[in-house]
Design a binder for this molecule. Structure first.
Ligand SMILES: NC(=O)c1ccc[n+]([C@@H]2O[C@H](COP(=O)([O-])OP(=O)(O)OC[C@H]3O[C@@H](n4cnc5c(N)ncnc54)[C@H](O)[C@@H]3O)[C@@H](O)[C@H]2O)c1
Ligand SMILES: O=C(O)C[C@H](O)C(=O)O
Length: 326
């Protein structure tokens, strides 16, 4: 029995994400919460012949509390694309709901800027005395998905895209996104030039801009994000159901695994509180934060460039909650 909850379920990401969660036969309950339209989305999805019982909730009559009651996994795609200030308040309020109603749930944060919204969730949980770093995750899977696709394109065979694995570490915005292309399961063609490598890295780091531009500024990635979000959520659901050895890059508080977190800080040469690293998942959340392994000189430089930006983003999230207390 797995209850999944989507907060922001009527949005561009929320709807296809809810559809894909409804398609997972291991989900037995699916609660959809948004400030608009969830009854319609829920009625529509409820006709799909899969096990999940789907219910839509709106803010009146304690809708958030009802949606969250008994949640095992909460996915948050609520917010407005490219409006960090607005999203900070939305995520703070939703995190307060989770901390008071479902503090033991796995929380998967999609709302941007992930480098700041994850610390926001963590700070709210700390205020409520329910912080468990093993269960709060920033979803960076879209960067991983993009890396697989773009590498397969370069190899001239999109058929390989599903099997190309490239760890992407750091954070989820611009230069904080660090693809470890030297570790690609499918190596780049021999003689792949440094400037081509830099172009590919840049394309992964700024893949979001490509979509925003193509949509004429009317929105950002929604369908690929829903695909990526469910790829990560489904891994969490498999871990909750007892599967072992599942590893995925995700943005976590490094206290989630004290020894692994300390070792990672040494590797990146910084005592950042949060970082996206390959994480082993288990029924109780983070089992281990993995080493980055052997990385190239170029990737070392990319990490160096990511650290100060990450530090600023993390501090912004932490201080947003500090300031809200005043
Ligand atoms: N992590 C990633 O890789 C990634 C990728 C793409 C987009 N995003 C982010 O995801 C978020 C959503 O993007 P979208 O394209 O789906 O936006 P959208 O505007 O299409 O949908 C957002 C939904 O959130 C709802 N919402 C707003 N305030 C709410 C609240 N207080 N409680 C519940 N729901 C609320 C809205 O009603 C809307 O249905 C944005 O912050 C965007 O930047 C993250
Ligand atoms: O770029 C955005 O605003 C959305 C998202 O973070 C993305 O990577 O596509």
């Amino acid at each position: 029995m797995v209850k999944a909850v989507v907060l922001g379920a009527a949005g561009g990401i929320g709807q296809p994400l809810s559809l894909l969660l409804k398609a997972n036969p291991n989900v037995t309950e699916l609660s959809l919460y948004d400030i608009v339209n969830t009854p319609g989305v829920a009625a529509d999805l409820s006709h799909i012949a899969t096990p999940a019982k789907v219910v839509g909730y709106l803010p009146p009559d304690d809708g958030l509390k009802k949606a969250l009651t008994g949640a095992d996994i909460v996915v948050i795609p609520a917010g407005v694309p490219r409006k960090p200030g607005i999203n900070a308040g939305i995520v703070r309020d939703l995190a307060t709901g989770i901390a008071t109603t479902a503090p033991k749930a796995f929380v998967l944060v999609i709302s941007n800027p992930v480098n700041s919204t994850v610390p926001i969730v963590a700070e709210v949980f700390k205020q409520h005395g329910v912080f468990n770093p093993k269960k709060i995750f920033g979803v960076t899977t879209l960067d991983v998905v993009r890396a697989s696709t773009f590498v397969a394109e370069i190899l001239g065979d999109l058929g390989k895209a599903p099997s190309v694995v490239v760890p992407v570490v750091g954070g989820h915005s611009g230069v904080t996104i660090v693809p470890l292309l030297s570790q690609s399961s499918h190596p780049l063609p021999s003689g792949f030039a440094q400037d081509a490598l830099e172009q590919l890295t840049n394309r992964i780091q700024f893949g979001g801009d490509e979509v925003v531009k193509a949509k004429d500024g009317a929105g950002s990635a929604t369908l690929s994000m829903a695909y990526a979000g469910v790829e990560f959520a489904n891994k969490i659901i498999r871990a909750v159901k007892g599967e072992k050895g599942l590893v995925a890059p995700t943005f976590v508080n490094l206290a989630a695994d004290a020894a692994g977190g300390e070792a990672l800080k040494k590797e990146i040469g910084s005592d950042l509180e949060y970082f996206s690293a390959p994480v082993e998942l288990g029924a109780e959340g983070v089992v281990a934060i993995k080493s980055l392994g052997k990385i190239s000189e170029y990737e070392t430089k990319l990490i160096k460039a990511a650290v100060p930006e990450l530090q600023t983003n993390i501090e912004k999230g932490v201080s947003f909650i500090g300031a809200s207390k005043l």
